[in-house]
Design a protein around this ligand. Structure first.
Ligand SMILES: NC(=O)c1ccc[n+]([C@@H]2O[C@H](COP(=O)([O-])OP(=O)(O)OC[C@H]3O[C@@H](n4cnc5c(N)ncnc54)[C@H](O)[C@@H]3O)[C@@H](O)[C@H]2O)c1
Length: 384
């Protein structure tokens, strides 16, 4: 399938956004406004951008580290959207892309990881109305800056709908799909360790269990470990879990999880993957830099590190979000993102029209938006 065909397929499948697109083409909440976005550039985002433009917005877009799809960039540019930069895994290059988006002085920011808002605080400009933050990681980054921001910033991640539809079910399914895509290995009977039992981790653990893997859960929070136990998973310390793992998947949003201090514990042939926002959950650079270690790319975007004693570990997507990395990455299912991006669109409209104010700085999606999205999706299924 060509990029154009896939983008058209995705757009056609985003039925919830299609309804919103029709509505805001009439109400035009974004007339005269520029939206600066810094979110994964892949086909579902193209559908989101088309929806925002239907509501009157100019969009200046850049991607995240390691997930930008060139076909989507080309499509957006051909349709008149200003896309800043090319795919990159270089933080300094990405920082320049963020600056270029802010140079356009957008009135609304659509952030994914807090980078736009944080940089805005360092180089403010007049006219920013506020915006949205997509992720758990971004909310954590922005929370300490509420007073300095003083603008409405709605956190899409803190909608219960985003949590279960995208983080749990969407990420769970797409991480399994990506594992199969990268490795072509069996899941049945495999010992899979999931590190982080939040919304995403619960989805990943569940999906691999449904694929008949033996799943062990590790979490820094004993309450989450108890939850995992009661959900029927084995739970133990990271060190104990690593010792008999065939596959280890990090999804914490909590910074560095796996580094050289853990590699002695890993069995030969173990597969490591990360689904958390930042690639440094697996400290690949330090793992590769260990004395006597050699590394190479055994498959496209699979780094294989062989240690001095002959054991090898394979790191999918070089530690970048596995469901958005590597050749043929699809990301989360279309419907989970249709729901998430419908929340995005309606929240940006709330900010644009002044329905929320400075008191709504780094707060969850308003309940009325959650209800509208839930009712809209149920109606599409003929259940309303
Ligand atoms: N790959 C994707 O498509 C995708 C989609 C949505 C979110 N995310 C990212 O996934 C990450 C997790 O999101 P979430 O919604 O599940 O977050 P969450 O806050 O619900 O859960 C995170 C869990 O990780 C645990 N944790 C934190 N640091 C840890 C550590 N060092 N060791 C073990 N456990 C640790 C926490 O106790 C918590 O239970 C975030 O970075 C988020 O941005 C990725």
């Amino acid at each position: 399938m060509t990029d154009a065909a896939r983008i058209a397929w995705v757009d056609e499948q985003c039925r919830l956004m299609a309804g919103i697109r029709e509505e805001i083409a009439q109400t035009r909440p974004f007339d005269g406004l520029t939206i600066g976005s810094a979110i994964h550039l892949e086909p579902k985002t193209a559908a989101l951008v088309a929806t925002l433009r239907a509501g009157g917005a100019e969009v200046v877009a850049t991607g995240n580290l390691g997930s930008t799809q060139p076909g989507t960039v080309a499509h957006l540019r051909a349709s008149g959207v200003r896309v800043v930069g090319e795919p990159t895994r270089d933080r300094a290059v990405r920082a320049r892309h963020i600056d270029e988006v802010l140079d356009a002085e957008p009135q609304l920011l659509l952030d994914n990881g807090g980078d736009l808002f944080l940089r805005y605080l360092e180089r403010p400009y007049a006219g920013l109305l506020g915006g949205t933050e997509e992720t758990t990681s971004g909310r954590q980054v922005l929370e300490p800056h509420r007073a300095a921001l003083g603008l409405p910033v709605l956190v899409i991640n803190d909608s219960p709908i985003k949590a279960f539809a995208e983080n749990q079910h969407g990420v769970g399914q797409s991480v399994l799909e990506s594992y199969l895509r990268f490795t072509n290995r069996i899941t049945h009977g495999e010992r899979v360790v999931v590190v982080g039992y939040g919304w995403c981790g619960r989805g990943v653990a569940d999906t691999f269990r449904n694929a008949r893997s033996q799943v062990t859960v590790v979490d820094a929070d004993p309450v989450m470990c108890l939850r995992a136990l009661m959900d029927g998973f084995r739970t133990t310390s990271l060190e104990t879990a690593l010792a008999d793992a065939d596959v280890v998947i990090t999804v914490t949003g909590g910074g560095r999880v796996l580094g050289p201090e853990h590699t002695d514990l890993l069995r030969d042939g173990v597969i490591l993957a990360n689904a958390g926002h930042e690639p440094d959950e697996i400290d690949l650079a330090a793992i590769e830099a260990q004395t006597g270690a050699t590394a190479c790319e055994t498959l496209p975007d699979v780094r294989s590190v062989t240690f001095a004693d002959g054991r090898t570990v394979h790191v999918l997507g070089s530690g970048h979000m596995v469901n958005l990395a590597g050749p043929g990455a699809r990301g989360n299912s279309i419907q989970s993102m249709d729901i998430g991006f419908s929340l995005q669109t309606l929240c940006l409209a709330q900010v644009a029209t002044g329905a929320v104010g400075p008191q709504d700085c780094v707060v969850p999606v308003p309940r009325a938006v959650d209800v509208a999205v839930a009712e809209g999706y149920l109606a599409l299924k003929g259940m309303r």
